[in-house]
Design a protein around this ligand. Structure first.
Ligand SMILES: [Zn+2]
Length: 108
């Protein structure tokens, strides 16, 4: 089967290391493109990855949040499951800085 992304190479059986939110979920079988390195997993493997993420308590931790205005600053609400996972509490100090085009919040 040709790679559906770049259409330049055949997909070959291999293994991928799945990292979700910086947490290593282990290796899983996948079809990998030799050209663009894009990888594809079947439904059973996708379920396995989901199961591994749930076991580590990180499944569904990526959430959409609204940025609100507060005086001259803007406020990013951190959803409760993420706050609980990272043990961040209201009133805690945090170091906030940009990293390329991302916002990094380091609770201390
Ligand atoms: Zn490709």
């Amino acid at each position: 089967m040709k790679c559906p992304v770049c259409e330049k190479a055949e997909l070959k059986k291999g293994k991928i290391r799945e990292i979700m939110f910086g947490t290593d979920l282990g290796e899983f079988p996948a079809l990998i493109c030799a050209n663009c390195k894009e990888s594809f997993t079947d439904e059973a493997t996708t379920r396995q990855i989901e199961k591994a993420a749930k076991k580590k308590g990180i499944w569904g931790l990526g959430k959409t949040t609204k940025i609100a205005k507060a005086g001259n600053s803007i406020v990013v609400r951190i959803p409760k499951p993420i706050a609980d996972f990272l043990r961040i509490k209201a009133g805690q100090e945090a170091f906030v800085h940009p990293e390329k085009d991302k916002l990094v919040v380091e609770a201390r």
